[in-house]
Design a protein around this ligand. Structure first.
Ligand SMILES: *Cc1c(COP(=O)(O)O)cnc(C)c1O
Length: 452
């Protein structure tokens, strides 16, 4: 049998991030100020983010140096391993070659510390003492709490209530790393109190938790806000994963025909595919297919209009051009908490609009089934989010079986599911259900799109 694991020596870890904004065939639509409707300036964003991150957000430099202090922390778990899924291939009886790059070996168990550590570093350098943020399933809150511990920063996390109740272990992880975590909606902010007055049982949403974290950050001078996905600088930091993967695929003597990943805000998958899409844009690999997978219950890219919308529920953030289900949309409580966001990274939306990437929506029962197959072959118990991508990888591998083609499929595996056992328990005991596409709720929330 061919090799199973492909590893890079620590000394070969990339020292620069890749900025796709340098190579886009058409520039990204501008981010607009919510009050004026004009493109935002760096000063508009300064109450929320350190200037170095604002520069990265707007930069069109192709390569951006990774600070040495950040590289040193990355080395606690990076470079991460590329696997060939021989055992999954065998069970599927497919001629396809399946590879996966696994981000679950980081301390918080996902790709998220790739940006959390970088963001904490730039905030610390600017003299900030405290960072607020939101979290869905809790992966981002735990990643930022870990990063806060690395740079001695206070972290306050607003966690979507449904996940806070379903996933207590993530809150405990945050507390072990020194973070503070409250369920959102909370009574700590006006946005939270307003929602609680309207609906005391509100399960919360990422959009609402963002409103709370932003409100908290702008009300204090020593505090900034941090976002775990969606924005350009977050996707930039995640490209270290794709750059490693390119080197490792070369060592494996392979290049992907299809790359598959799950998208919540789009950061883990973009981090993997952006260094590859460069080859598609410049014509070296015109046939490369990139498949974004989202939940059928929150079908942002597959069903939403491409429009300007707020990043948060209360309408405090700048306006982003993206596929959106409306900033007031509260998705059904599926277990893939990290995929329950009404919008999507503008970079991914732009690439989709240009026809450079595709998107698919999957129901959760089918994704857990795929996750169980993966666990029983490759061993890894995946988070419910990457189970969505695994479902599509298996579908594509079975198509290869039918056609007899030996395609190379690369999976972006964003993290383990060790803190998601209740979800697997619900699936295995037959208690898990699918949620239909919530047409009426989405029609309702789309009525509130801002007019620009
Ligand atoms: C947060 C998270 C996601 C979704 O976020 P993206 O920004 O789309 O990557 C996916 N998988 C895991 C394991 C996560 O923690």
């Amino acid at each position: 049998m061919d090799r199973t694991k492909f590893v890079l020596d620590e000394k070969k870890m990339p020292t620069r991030w890749y900025n796709v904004l340098a190579d886009l065939p058409e520039p990204l639509p501008p981010v607009l100020h919510p009050a004026t409707g004009k493109p935002v300036t760096p000063d508009d964003l300064a109450p929320l983010f350190p200037m170095e991150l604002i520069k990265q957000e707007m930069s069109t430099e192709r390569w951006i140096e990774i600070p040495e202090e950040v590289q040193d922390i990355y080395k606690l778990w990076r470079p991460t391993t590329l696997f060939r899924a021989h055992r999954l291939e065998k069970v599927l009886d497919t001629p396809a070659k399946i590879f996966y790059k696994y981000e679950g070996s980081s301390p918080p168990g996902s790709h998220k510390p790739n940006t959390a550590v970088a963001q904490a570093y730039y905030n610390k350098k600017e003299g900030i003492k405290r960072i607020t943020t939101e979290t869905g399933a809790g992966q981002w809150g735990s990643a930022l709490s870990f990063a806060g511990a690395c740079f001695d920063l206070e972290i306050k996390v607003y966690m979507v209530r449904i996940s806070y109740n379903q996933k207590p272990y993530r809150r405990i992880m945050m507390e072990v790393w020194g973070g503070k975590c409250v369920p959102s909606p909370s009574s700590d902010t006006k946005a939270g109190r307003d929602m609680l007055a309207k609906d005391p049982d509100c399960p919360g949403s990422l959009g609402l938790a963002i409103s709370e974290a932003v409100e908290d950050a702008v009300s204090r001078d020593d505090t900034h806000y941090s976002l775990g996905s969606v924005l350009n600088h977050v996707l930039l930091h995640q490209t270290i994963n794709g750059l490693e993967t390119k080197k490792l695929m070369e060592i494996a003597g392979a290049y992907p025909d299809i790359i598959v990943g799950c998208i919540g805000g789009g950061s883990n998958f973009a981090g993997l595919f952006l260094p590859f899409i460069r080859d598609k844009i410049d014509g070296t690999k015109p046939d490369l297919r990139i498949i974004n997978v989202e939940p059928a219950s929150c079908p942002t890219v597959t069903r939403g209009p491409y429009a300007y919308d707020f990043g948060d529920e209360a309408g405090l953030t700048p306006l982003l051009k993206m596929y959106t289900l409306g900033h007031g949309f509260i998705p059904p409580p599926v277990h893939a908490g990290g995929l329950r966001y009404h919008g999507m990274a503008p970079i991914i939306c732009h690439l989709h609009k240009l026809g450079l990437v595709e998107a698919r929506a999957e129901h959760q029962l089918a994704t857990f089934k795929a996750g169980i197959t993966f666990a029983r072959t490759e061993g890894i118990i995946s988070a419910p989010e990457p189970d969505h991508a695994i479902k599509v990888v298996i579908d594509e591998a079975l198509k290869c079986k039918e056609s007899g083609e030996s395609k190379t499929i690369l999976l972006a595996h964003s993290g383990h599911g060790h803190v998601d056992m209740a979800a697997y328990d619900a699936y295995l005991s037959g208690k898990l259900k699918d949620y239909d596409y919530p047409y009426e709720k989405i029609d309702e929330s789309l009525k509130d799109l801002p007019s620009v």
